[in-house]
Design a protein around this ligand. Structure first.
Ligand code: GLA
Length: 346
């Protein structure tokens, strides 16, 4: 893929690239929809992802070519016209990041020629958009010799997704993509950003991803609706308990406070969030002790919870999970935002 993107760059821009980058896709083992509720997640990086070859320019022009959207040709924008533009299509992820960096770049020369290619299935729920954002953040950081940490790059990427693209996602995807290491998952507290690498050696077990081939765009799905419901739930709970995030509460707390939540849907969201957060803690222990049988059970519980309580699964995803279990999988669940994408199977 690395040579391929360098050749593609050469074909498009008739010169050799200065640098080539890789940004991985991600899989979340467990902890779904907890990251915008101050909770825990445990994702890892894939060895599939987005590759980019790039050369700097000094005239403020950004030329972008994606082999995955070859029919769109080279998309061009400049440093003075960075507002989101539907005509720019996928390249809005790139202009959005350039806009974010603009104050840091100042009046210094800027611009680049960029070719990208991804071997992640688009809409497969493996975070190709977060991979692109983190990649562009890293390129701009290097080009302008800025002193930004990997966590800063993740925070900036989340900001662009939230404020420019318009998806109110949490930080899980950007964080793991910027900080992932081989053979490790990250156990991340999304409220404090405290994190720990958890060895993910599998020892004879396999994590198998199954793509439903049902693509969903987070902006078009009910993702933002769930985010709003979570806020509503938080405001109700804050009248009775001093918390900043729903995931500060435990499964025991649920029984104490559920009576204050009169709407049935919000009650279900509440139960999912506290139980799911608790499952992440247990899953971390299971991964460390190599207990994939119990880990599988936790995955099954997690799927039932996103299906029945958080209601972000779909018929196809539920069928894939059932088929996996009938075929002998130790555990299976949909991953990511839901309504499409992939399942993770032990
Ligand atoms: C998407 C979002 C993440 C997270 C998951 C659900 O992947 O980008 O921030 O909320 O959905 O866990």
């Amino acid at each position: 893929m690395k040579t391929k993107i360098q050749t593609i760059f050469h074909n498009q821009f008739h010169k050799a690239p200065e640098k080539t980058y890789f940004s991985p896709g991600r899989v979340n083992i467990i902890g779904e929809h907890t990251d915008y509720n101050g909770g825990l997640v445990m994702p890892f990086c894939l060895d599939q992802g987005v590759y980019a070859s790039v050369s700097s320019r000094t005239d403020g022009i950004f030329n972008v070519y994606s082999e995955n959207f070859a029919d769109k040709g080279i998309i061009t924008f400049d440093i003075d016209h960075l507002d989101k533009d539907p005509m720019r299509d996928y390249a809005n992820y790139i202009s959005g990041m350039v806009l974010e960096f603009k104050p840091m770049i100042g009046s210094k020369p800027s611009g680049f020629d960029l070719a990208i290619i991804s071997d992640l299935p688009v809409g497969g729920g493996l975070s190709s958009s977060a991979a692109v954002l983190v990649l562009i953040a890293k390129i701009l950081c290097d080009q302008h010799a800025l002193n930004l940490s990997r966590i800063d790059l993740a925070i900036l990427s989340k900001k662009v997704e939230n404020q420019y693209i318009g998806v109110n996602c949490g930080i899980m995807d950007q964080f793991i993509i910027a900080n992932g290491k081989p053979d490790s998952a990250i156990y991340l507290d999304s409220a404090s950003l405290a994190y720990e690498y958890v060895p993910c050696l599998l020892n004879g077990y396999t994590f198998l991803l199954v793509n439903s081939n049902v693509t969903r765009k987070l902006t078009e799905s009910k993702y933002n609706v769930r985010q709003k419901e979570s806020l509503e739930l938080l405001h109700i709970l804050q009248k009775h308990v001093s918390i900043d995030h729903v995931c500060e509460l435990t499964p025991e707390d649920y029984h104490k406070y559920e009576t204050y939540v009169s709407q049935n849907d919000l009650k279900k969201r509440f139960k999912h969030l506290v139980d799911e957060n608790h499952r992440v803690k247990l899953a971390r222990q299971m991964l460390i002790s190599n207990d994939f049988k119990t880990l599988g059970m936790l995955l099954n519980e997690a799927h039932a919870s996103v299906r029945d309580l958080y209601e972000v699964s779909s018929e196809v995803l539920d069928q894939l999970v059932e088929m996996a279990l009938v075929s002998g999988s130790l555990g299976s669940r949909m991953i990511g935002g839901g309504f499409g994408g992939s399942t993770l199977n032990v």
